[in-house]
Design a protein around this ligand. Sequence first.
Ligand code: SF4
Length: 304
Amino acid sequence: MAQIFGPVPSRRLGFSLGVDVVPFKTCSLDCIYCQLGRTTNKTIQRKEHVASGSVLREIEEVLRQGKRIDYVTFSGSGEPTLNSEIRKMISRIKKLTSIPVAILTNGTLLYQARVREDLMEADLVIPSLDTVTGGIFETVNRPHPSLKIEEVIAGIDTFSQDFGGKVWLEIVLVKGINDSPEEIERVARVTGKMNLERIQLNTVVRPPAEEFAGPLSREDLENMKTVLGEKCEIIAEFERPTQRAQEVDVEKRILSMVKRRPLRLVDISRSLGLHRNEIIKYLEALEKKHEIRTKVHNNQVYYH
Ligand code: SF4
């Protein structure tokens, strides 16, 4: 499985089968808080970065295994709308299964009508918008030079009005950078005009690309939530029962998960349906072989 990972526990989507349709790390942004590290291929060029046929074959195989999957989620090593075949892939998945399809996108390409049309068959689209101010956009998201915040906002707005499924907007706040009361007021005015089902406030919770990208406290987030209105929620920590492990090659599965994003022991344990103590043995073995490393962030250990 080169392009499919999980199901991994997701704070919002339950057990999410990740579909990775761009090579690591291909993105139109280079966010200072990115859990994947710095962007190595900053681009807005859409192409079949990863062959859609092989992605679909892998999805078919995982679906046949009958695992618990709450969402099939386009996410992973960068920005999924950069894959020009995303429309075809969504459409084929919808024919294969009734499991809903979610797209995690940075929303920067939604100013293009073609990109908006490509996502129309999805069930849930989660674009992000961390700021509405050009200078802050440059600081926090370090965009491709051709991207302008006004166009990004207009693209997300138009998509939210035209799309028949659900749109949840994610806002990631970084301490001292995009969290001033004035900026949050401006964001609230802009998002108030969009057709959103939810606004999800997030902060830096996994080891970020830049060490200076710090998290807000729960109390800070609660204050921002009040300004952003009743659709706004703070994304809570994931709490779900474990699912049964159905594969024996645990080390390979752990590597496949943690190479895409850092995970805690508890995340790996829940995803594989194995007891933490058992997972610890595999993690220790992988560390000894120098195949994984740990990072401490907010007093929590992440494996990557
Ligand atoms: S957080 Fe998302 S949008 Fe930002 S650089 Fe990372 S992959 Fe790209």
